[in-house]
Design a protein around this ligand. Structure first.
Ligand SMILES: [Zn+2]
Length: 418
């Protein structure tokens, strides 16, 4: 392929993806506004009109803000590639850091720092203007800054050694470097699954064992019924940052733990918490988590193989605005991470198809091991509290949502309950 042909292909996909994302957001906004005046009939008795309208306004504001960040990040992408930003950066760093592994690490680090800085104003606005306006922000600017510093240090402490290992493999292990890099990457992912709940998450939040004795015995009863052993039930101080509520499940093997946000426990009745947990346990018992990990590993192997091919092609660099004499393993990694989403976005509905199937299966599991009606009322409360729209545009939802729309899920659950 010539570099011009690749440039044109990149521009074609760039325009296609950008146009598609704009069109989806526009549809979504119009769809939500068109349903703003009235609570959908199936929720009319459960959700008040003002909550429904707040959800519509919040969704529209988030989607509009999403378009603004999309425009900005698209401009940054073109700036880094076709307009020569990365080429410029590599030229500035070469005399200081050289072309060896140190120089390449410097390039990766500089790229990460610049990208992070460019995102900062948007992160700040999202938290202190958008979330604030709808009453969800519980963060102080001081906490935001502390998170930023902690997150950056942690990112460097984990990212730099990992990048060093990958760059060394790329340099020293010949044509099959991507197989070794894949093994390292997969091992790293598994390690993170152990370290995240036990070491990383506690740096940002407090986790205390669930104390409420009657809720605890209710949950332990559910776990015994479905045959699930866990290291513990924890409550996380999510209210420190946000009024949004959630529950999740982390770790694997002996490290499994169930985490409830304090914001969720406050709002849901014990039987609703049990139903939500039954859904989460369904994901585990039906092997969704293992399947998701297997798919993730297979996809990363395929992408690394592709990168193994691309990094040796002159057109890959020159087609993206980087002169071939500046080609390096780090440059190949950066270009690949930057442009991959441009080529894969059109396929995103494919991934949500399987995650939706899993959601329906976990709902059905919850309906057999807890009460379907309790899960329905928990879902309705969570939608209301999080101001999630009940009336998303179906096409927008197919591209962006991992979960099926509330009305579809609830319709399935109501059939299960009947
Ligand atoms: Zn789920």
């Amino acid at each position: 392929m010539s570099s011009l042909v690749f440039s044109l292909l990149f521009v074609a996909f760039f325009i296609l993806t950008l146009g598609l994302r704009f069109w989806l957001s526009d549809r979504h906004i119009r769809h939500v506004l068109a349903h703003r005046a009235q609570v959908p009939a199936e929720f009319a008795t459960r959700i008040p009109l003002d909550a429904h309208q707040k959800a519509a306004d919040y969704t529209v504001a988030k989607t509009r803000f999403g378009l603004l960040t999309l425009l900005f990040s698209s401009a940054v992408l073109i700036g880094f590639t076709l307009l020569g930003g990365l080429q410029w950066l590599a030229i500035q760093l070469a005399p200081i850091a050289g072309f060896g592994i140190t120089g390449q690490l410097a390039l990766l680090a500089a790229f990460a720092v610049i990208s992070g800085l460019l995102d900062l104003p948007f992160d700040y606005y999202r938290q202190f203007v958008l979330e604030q306006r709808f009453g969800f922000n519980k963060m102080t600017p001081g906490l935001w800054l502390a998170d930023l510093v902690k997150g950056s240090l942690l990112g460097a402490a984990i990212g730099l050694p990992l990048a060093w290992v990958v760059l060394t493999l790329m340099e020293k292990t010949g044509n099959l470097w991507w197989v070794y890099a894949w093994l390292v990457w997969s091992g790293f992912q598994l390690l993170m699954m152990v370290l995240f709940p036990t070491v990383i998450a506690p740096l940002f939040n407090k986790f205390i064992p669930l104390e409420d004795a009657s809720l605890k015995s209710r949950i332990e009863g559910l776990m015994a019924r479905v045959g699930f052993a866990s290291k513990g039930l924890f409550v996380m101080d999510g209210s420190k940052r946000s009024a949004h509520g959630n529950a999740y499940f982390s770790g694997f093997g002996a490290n499994k733990r169930i985490v409830f946000f304090d914001t969720l426990l406050e709002r849901l009745a014990p039987e609703e918490i049990e139903a939500v947990l039954a859904h989460e346990l369904g994901h585990f018992k039906l092997k969704h988590i293992i399947k998701r990990i297997a798919v993730m590993f297979a996809v990363s192997l395929a992408f690394l193989a592709l990168l193994g091919y691309l990094k040796n092609q002159t057109w890959f660099y020159e087609g993206l605005g980087v002169d071939a004499i500046l080609a390096s393993n780090a440059m190949a990694l950066i270009l690949f991470m930057l442009v991959l989403p441009v080529f894969t976005f059109v396929f995103s509905p494919l991934t949500s198809v399987s995650s939706r199937k899993h959601e329906f299966e976990a709902d059905a599991f919850a309906a057999t091991h807890a009460k379907a009606g309790d899960l329905v009322s928990a879902l309705v409360k969570m939608y209301e509290d999080n101001a999630s729209t009940l009336t998303p545009d179906p096409l927008h939802s197919a591209f962006y949502d991992s979960h099926p729309p509330a009305s579809v899920r609830i319709a399935h659950l109501n059939t299960a309950a009947a």
